[in-house]
Design a protein around this ligand. Structure first.
Ligand code: G6P
Length: 481
C-alpha cells in the first residue's frame, strides 16, 4: 500500500548522521526541513549535501525545505537563566533593560516597539502560552503586567499577543542572510515565518531570485490577523506555492478551540486554490521520549489527513527526539490507515467552477475518470513543471498519481504533493510512438501495475513542453502501442 500523505521531517542533532537520514527515508520521510533558527550556514549546507547524496544512492526524490526563523518576539535573558513567576505577582517587560539583566521583577526584550503596540488589558502569552500575563500599565519603555498563569520562565522564550497584532516585519536581517544560504544550497521549498500579507511572500521570492535561487515558497500561517480576514488569507495562499498550518504560534494567538476550525478552513481553501498544504507542530510530540504515540496524537494526524492535508510535519520529534525513525514509521502507519477511509477519497473539489486552462480541465477529467471507471489502477502524468500532477492531486482520491518528468527539480518538488510519486522519465529522448508504451513499462517494471490493469496517461502534443497537457488516454497494460 503506497502512502499518499507526505511526511516532512525536521533534521537536527538527533538525525545528523548519514545512517539516520537514510533510516528516516526508509521509514517514509519525503521532505527534510532545515530549521534556520538553529545552526549556522555551514551546518545547513552540510546537511543538504548529505540529503542529496543519500537520495541519489537510494534512487529516490526527496525535497528540502528551508524554514526561516522570522521575527519571533522573545524575552531577553535572566541573570540566573530562569525565574519562577507566581500568580498575581507584578512582572515588567522593559525593552530598555540590559539583555542579560532579567530578574524575578523584570526582563528585557529586543522588540523595542512593544510598549507602543500593546494596550492595558491585553494578554501576553509567553513560552507558547504556558505563561500568561495581563497588561496593567504602560510606562515609557516598561510594559507592566500581572501574572495570570505562572510557572518557570527561562531565557529567550517567545512572546505572543493574544488575538495577534504585533507588527514586526516578516523578514529579518538574519532571514535575508539565510535566503542567500538557501539559494546557494538550491533548496526546493523556502518557508517564510509570520508573513503578514502577500507582499511578504513577494519580497521573499524577489530576495531569493536576487540571490540566484528559484525554489517554491511556503507561507507559514501563524498570525491571528491573517486567518481573521479571508481576503488576506486568500492573497497569501495565492502568492505562495504551499502553505503551512503553523499551529504553534497560531494556536497561542487564536486559542486551540478556534484552531480546530481554522485548520480545516486553511487546508480546504489552499487545495481549492490549487496550492499545497502542510500541517505542522506537536503532531507526535510524546514520541520525543516515548517509543509509541498517544491515541490522541494518532487521531490528530489522522484528522489532518481527513481534512485533506498534503503533508504532516515532525519537528523536535525527529530533530532532537529519542526515536526519530520510529516516529516517522508510526506516522506513516497512521497515514495509510486514515487514507483508507472513504472521507479521504471523496471529493467535490472545484465542483462549481469553470476552468480557464485546458491542462487543468484535462487533469480534472482524468481524475473523474480514474475515480469512476472500473479497472483503473494508476495515473501517469507526463509533466515538465509538476503543474499537471498538482492539479490531479488537488482532488481527493485513492488513485496513485505517477509524475513522470525529466526534471530533477520537478521530481523533488512533487515529493510534497499528496498521492504523487515522482519517477524520472524523459519523453524527449524517445520516439513519439514509444512514449505511452515505455511510460507504462516504467510502472510495470516496478510492480505498480500488471497486465490487464487500466492506466490513464496525460500529456500534450509536444514532448517536453510546459503547460501543454491537452489529452488523456486510457490504456490497458500489456496492450499499449
Ligand atoms: C511533458 C510532456 C508534455 C506535456 C508536459 C506538461 O513535458 O512531454 O507532453 O505537455 O509534460 O507539463 P506541465 O509542467 O505543464 O505539467
Amino acid at each position: 500500500m503506497l502512502k499518499r500523505t507526505k511526511i516532512v521531517a525536521t533534521l537536527g542533532p538527533a538525525t545528523d548522521s548519514k545512517e539516520s537520514i537514510q533510516s528516516l527515508i526508509e521509514a517514509g520521510a519525503n521532505v527534510f526541513r532545515l530549521n534556520f533558527s538553529h545552526g549556522d550556514a555551514q551546518d545547513h549546507i552540510n546537511r543538504a549535501k548529505r540529503i542529496r547524496d543519500i537520495a541519489r544512492e537510494l534512487n529516490t526524490y526527496i525535497a528540502i525545505l528551508g524554514d526561516l526563523q522570522g521575527p519571533k518576539i522573545r524575552v531577553a535573558r535572566f541573570k540566573d537563566d530562569k525565574i519562577e513567576l507566581i500568580k498575581d505577582a507584578q512582572f515588567i517587560i522593559d525593552v530598555s533593560l540590559d539583555k542579560e539583566g532579567g530578574t524575578i521583577n523584570s526582563v528585557g526584550s529586543s522588540y523595542t516597539t512593544l510598549p507602543q503596540e500593546v494596550s492595558t488589558g491585553d494578554h501576553l502569552m509567553l513560552d507558547d502560552g504556558r505563561i500568561q500575563l495581563e497588561i496593567t500599565d504602560i510606562i515609557g519603555t516598561q510594559v507592566v503586567t500581572k501574572v495570570l498563569v505562572g510557572g518557570e520562565l527561562s531565557n529567550n522564550k517567545g512572546i505572543n499577543l493574544k488575538g495577534g497584532g504585533l507588527s514586526a516585519p516578516a523578514l529579518t536581517e538574519k532571514d535575508k542572510e539565510d535566503i542567500k544560504t538557501a539559494a546557494q544550497i538550491g533548496i526546493d521549498y523556502l518557508a517564510v515565518s509570520f508573513p503578514r500579507s502577500a507582499e511578504d511572500i513577494h519580497l521573499a521570492r524577489q530576495l531569493l531570485k536576487d540571490a540566484g535561487g528559484d525554489s517554491a515558497l511556503v507561507a507559514k500561517i501563524e498570525r491571528a490577523e491573517t486567518v481573521n480576514d479571508h481576503d488576506i488569507l486568500d492573497s497569501i495562499i495565492l502568492a505562495s506555492d504551499a502553505v503551512m498550518v503553523a499551529r504553534g504560534d497560531l494556536g497561542v494567538e487564536i486559542g486551540d478551540a478556534e484552531l480546530i476550525g481554522v485548520q480545516k478552513h486553511i487546508i480546504n481553501r489552499t487545495r481549492e486554490l490549487n496550492r499545497v498544504v502542510i500541517t505542522a507542530t506537536q503532531m507526535m510530540e510524546s514520541m520525543i521520549h516515548n517509543p509509541i504515540p498517544t491515541r490522541a496524537e494518532i487521531f490528530d494526524v489522522a484528522n489532518a489527513i481527513l481534512d485533506g492535508t498534503d503533508a504532516v510535519m515532525l519537528s523536535a520529534e525527529t530533530a532532537t527526539g529519542d526515536n526519530p525513525a520510529k516516529t516517522v514509521q508510526a506516522m506513516a502507519n497512521v497515514c495509510v490507515g486514515a487514507e483508507g477511509q472513504t472521507l479521504a477519497k471523496t471529493s467535490n473539489h472545484r465542483i462549481d467552477i469553470n476552468f480557464e486552462l485546458i491542462d487543468e480541465a484535462i487533469a480534472m477529467a482524468t481524475m473523474y475518470t480514474a475515480n469512476h471507471l472500473t479497472g483503473v489502477k494508476a495515473i501517469i502524468s507526463l509533466t515538465e513543471s509538476g503543474s499537471t500532477a498538482l492539479w490531479l492531486s488537488r482532488i481527493r482520491s485513492g488513485m496513485p498519481i505517477y509524475a513522470l518528468s525529466r526534471s530533477i527539480e520537478t521530481l523533488r518538488k512533487v515529493a510534497l504533493y499528496r498521492g504523487v510519486e515522482p519517477i524520472n522519465f524523459d519523453p524527449t529522448a524517445l520516439a513519439r510512438h514509444d512514449v505511452n508504451r515505455l511510460a507504462v513499462e516504467e510502472l510495470r517494471s516496478r510492480g505498480y501495475v500488471k497486465d490487464g490493469d487500466l492506466v490513464i496517461i496525460t500529456k500534450g502534443d509536444s514532448m517536453g513542453a510546459l503547460g501543454g497537457t491537452n489529452a488523456m488516454k486510457v490504456v490497458k497494460v500489456g496492450a499499449v502501442n
